[in-house]
Design a protein around this ligand. Structure first.
Ligand SMILES: [Zn+2]
Length: 177
């Protein structure tokens, strides 16, 4: 059997996403190929993917190729080693090189997560400050109109924080598989 076919028989796209810490929700994920994709533009099929925003698509081997900037043979070597498939490949990508790629990738993922947490914390802080400002205005004006305005602002802030928390929880869930 061809190496390509053996890999596709052993794995699904979901296995690849789980392995490389890519969040997904209802067969959609954030596209790693066209920059910050907040809208989950990438459709995940059983053995392939397609991004509705940038048009990139392919099979699961091509996905790994794009993710790690590898050639086709190299990507197959990487998948074979990372998943311990034990398939006889050409072995163009050496094990220490694969380990180096994985270390770099882990650092990149961790950085992205930290950045997201930082932004969320910043947002929560900003919302609190905004709410405090609204309260001060209402106090100073002693005007029922301002008071209502403050309530509306704080409700919107609460909704946004809830959405961020849900997003983070989803991330945790996806991590757990
Ligand atoms: Zn894309």
């Amino acid at each position: 059997m061809l190496v390509k076919e053996a890999i596709k028989q052993s794995l699904d796209m979901i296995d690849i996403l789980n392995k490389y810490n890519i969040r997904y929700y209802k067969k959609m994920c954030s596209c790693p190929f066209h920059g910050k994709d907040k809208n989950y533009s990438m459709q995940i099929n059983e053995k392939s993917f397609y991004c509705h925003a940038c048009g990139k698509g392919g099979d699961l081997i091509e996905f790994v190729q794009g993710l790690f900037h590898l050639g086709f043979q190299e990507a197959m070597d990487k998948i074979n080693i990372d998943f311990g498939l034990g398939i006889q490949t050409r072995g163009v990508l050496k094990k220490n090189e694969i380990e180096r790629l994985n270390r770099e990738y882990e650092i990149k993922v961790e950085k992205e997560l930290q950045e997201k947490l930082r932004k969320t914390n910043e947002f929560i802080k900003m919302s609190d400050e905004f709410r405090e400002l609204g309260r001060k205005i209402a106090e100073a004006a002693k005007d029922i109109t301002y008071y209502n305005w403050e309530l509306k602002v704080s409700d919107i802030a609460k909704m946004d924080i809830r959405r961020e928390i849900l997003d983070l929880e989803m991330e945790e869930l996806n991590k757990e598989g």
